[in-house]
Design a protein around this ligand. Structure first.
Ligand code: ADP
Ligand code: MG
Length: 270
């Protein structure tokens, strides 16, 4: 049985829009053609997931996405025996399905996963490109179209969650950051439907708030939050309400920090 994601990826001809910030599309394609695994680094909400779905559609590849979390084990990726009507039946996990069918396997926020996950990935990232399945005794060889892509947010200052050098050195790494203002305005306008002239001050404000990162804020305003904020304005919210709900509240729970952010916002959007 084919997974739903595969069917959508293969059947849909629509390519999710993605505005590049450099030569990342070409690099990604070159990596795919030469069977190299790719690591996408960057803060949350800056376009990593959108980039992968864009590239998968462009290259005509099925996309198998796994959102990693701290309970995710190797068996969640490879598969397990499950009870079905009295029988125990082997059921492939998403990584195994991707290796059998080909296409992109995207592990979002890989550092969140348990340590045993990286052990499963290692033989897939070198030139053997194999996935040994201990439980079934199989050893799968990835087809040429298979590509492993993982994302990682280096911003979280948590040493326990840093990616180990022995793992990160197995990937071609592409860094993502926030887009330059003109490009970010184009992205936010296209995604929200709000006119570029009305998006401009929001992007300007996001730039100011990003500059405060590290002092009082763990993360800067993401492009995703900018899109939310502009969507609210396009829907008829006042700019002040949209900024509070779409940009400031999601960033902090601290009353003093929030007050300071509101002041910065007032100075820019009035
Ligand atoms: N370069 C870009 N081109 C088009 N949309 C973008 C771009 N960067 C960010 N976005 C918008 O921001 C949203 C969040 O991006 P996403 O890919 O989910 O971030 P990440 O995976 O890095 O957390 C997307 O849904 C899209 O609306
Ligand atoms: Mg993502």
């Amino acid at each position: 049985m084919k997974p739903a994601l595969h069917a959508i990826g293969a059947a849909s001809r629509e390519i999710p829009s993605y505005i590049p910030s450099g030569r990342e599309c070409l690099l990604f394609e070159q990596a795919w053609r030469h069977r190299l695994p790719v690591l996408l680094k960057g803060p949350t909400g800056c376009g990593k997931t959108r980039f992968v779905s864009h590239m998968a559609a462009r290259l005509g590849l099925p996309l198998h996405t796994v959102a990693c979390h701290d309970d995710l084990t190797a068996a969640d990726l490879t598969g397990r025996y499950l009870l079905k009507g009295g029988d125990t039946v082997w059921t492939d996990g998403p990584l195994t399905r991707a290796v059998r069918e080909g296409g992109i396997c995207y592990l979002d926020e890989m550092v969140e996963a348990r340590k045993d996950v990286t052990v499963v990935l290692h033989p897939l990232t070198d030139d053997r490109r194999i996935l040994p399945l201990e439980r079934t005794g199989e050893e799968l060889t990835a087809p040429p179209s298979f590509m492993l892509v993982v994302s990682y947010n280096p911003g979280y200052q948590n040493l326990l969650k840093a990616l180990k050098p022995s793992t990160r050195q197995r990937f071609v790494a592409i860094e993502f950051g926030f887009l330059p203002p003109e490009q970010e305005i184009a992205v936010v306008a296209a995604e929200s439907g709000l006119a570029p002239d009305r998006v401009r001050p929001l992007v300007q404000l996001a730039g100011r708030l990003r500059a405060l990162k590290g002092h009082d804020l763990e993360e800067g305003v993401s492009t995703r939050l900018l899109v939310y904020c502009a969507t609210l304005v396009a829907a008829g919210a006042t700019v002040a309400d949209a900024v509070l709900a779409g940009m400031i509240e999601p960033l902090t729970d601290d009353v003093d920090v929030k007050g300071a952010l509101v002041e910065v916002a007032r100075a820019i959007i009035g």
